[in-house]
Design a protein around this ligand. Structure first.
Ligand code: SF4
Length: 377
């Protein structure tokens, strides 16, 4: 009987982000590991592999599809209320003990993670996204950098159909993969998990490639938001959060920073869940460092004003949220504060377009009438 590995290794095509080395070895540039891969072996991510001197990469399937409010990705400065049609593949270049998507991200590393891939064409994903009223199509759930060729194939179709495109990523990029993505990605969220290289090494990565990716994405002009999951006892010291926030300010004080609440998951069950006070404290550190747009997530109505967008000059309330729900929208048609006229950085529609849903919902195994009832409830 074919194993999951057999199936995943069948759904491939030659990659575009690699170079050939001597002795049938290759070097992959899809993520910051830049693996040199001997013939017959996979890279660290387990889903890109070298066969006879050619790098094969995932192609033609999804590990999961879901419709999310864009606020869940989270993007707070990009088309509030939009429906984000989200797909993922399988595998990851990191192995975070608290991964919330471990069933798909760790599928070839952890025998308890089982997520059979579903074969699909880019056109089918785009068609479904349009039918459901999505504005944005997002590569997410597993690490999208390691499946960049497939994401770009989907995004090319999506762009020609009038959709926007987004990456929700750990940011472990390289100059090559970012140049490859640049023409096809509108919005990019980076998960900056820590500001301590030792912590990153526990998760299977390094800090420096992530910092360089953040700087590059900003310089390239992609719309960028940053998330930090605040894990008690892991990355929540005042010193670490302060240095992290100061780094973001050095790139741009206009980058939105989301601090989100940890809850026990996968292999990380020792730390306590993040309390509302601890999350608000982290957000205050970001504000004090000079970030103009700081948000606290995963704890609706428990973090005071940190769910809302306010004008950094006159403090007018611009976008009011309750969790993922948009409660009030007051930006001008050209994305300015209606009281003082300050330009608010982001990607804004000329007016609020309403919200398709404030709750995520899965797509597979649902009938069309199920979906319509969710969308109209
Ligand atoms: S995507 Fe990253 S981990 Fe996977 S083979 Fe390429 S460099 Fe290695």
């Amino acid at each position: 009987m074919a194993t999951l590995r057999d199936i995943v290794y069948e759904d491939v095509r030659e990659g575009e982000l690699y170079e050939k080395l001597d002795r049938n070895r290759v070097r992959c540039f899809a993520c910051g590991h830049c693996c040199p891969i001997p013939d017959g072996q996979p890279g660290v991510c387990k889903v890109r592999y070298n066969r006879s001197g050619t790098l094969y990469v995932p192609w033609g399937y999804v590990g999961g599809v879901q419709c999310d409010p864009i606020e869940k990705k989270p993007f707070h400065h990009a088309y509030p209320g939009a429906l984000a049609y989200s797909f993922g593949m399988l595998g990851c270049d990191l192995h975070c003990g608290y991964c919330q998507n471990w069933v798909t991200s760790q599928v070839l590393r952890d025998p308890t993670a089982v997520a059979p891939p579903l074969r699909v064409a880019p056109e089918e994903l785009v068609r479904e996204a349009l039918e459901l009223g999505a504005k944005v199509i997002v590569s997410t759930y597993n690490e999208p950098l390691i499946t960049s060729e497939w994401a770009v194939a989907v995004f090319k179709q999506a762009r020609s159909a009038g959709l926007l495109t987004a990456f929700v990523s750990n940011g472990n990029g390289t100059p090559q993969v970012l140049e490859y993505l640049r023409p096809w990605v509108d919005l990019y969220k980076v998960d900056l998990k820590s500001f301590d290289d030792r912590h990153y090494r526990q998760l299977g990565g390094r800090l420096q490639p992530i910092l360089e990716t953040i700087q590059r994405l900003h310089d390239m002009g992609l719309w960028l938001e940053i998330v930090t999951l605040v894990v008690p006892g892991f990355n929540d010291s005042e010193d670490e959060l302060k240095r992290l926030a100061e780094f973001l300010v050095s790139v741009s004080p206009d980058i939105p920073w989301h601090v989100t609440a940890f809850h026990k998951d996968y292999k990380m069950t020792d730390p306590e869940n993040t309390s509302p006070d601890a999350l608000a404290r982290a957000a205050e550190i970001g504000k004090s460092a000079g970030l103009r747009y700081v948000y606290a997530g995963n704890l609706p109505r428990q973090v005071g004003d940190f769910e809302n967008t306010r004008c950094p000059d006159c403090r007018a309330l611009l976008i009011e949220r309750f969790g993922y729900l948009i409660v009030g929208y007051h930006l001008t048609p050209n994305g300015c504060c209606p009281r003082c006229g300050r330009v608010i950085p982001g990607r804004w529609a000329s007016s609020f377009q309403g919200q398709v849903t404030s709750r995520p919902f899965g797509l597979r195994n649902r009938t069309r009438s199920d979906l319509l009832s969710i969308l109209t409830s």
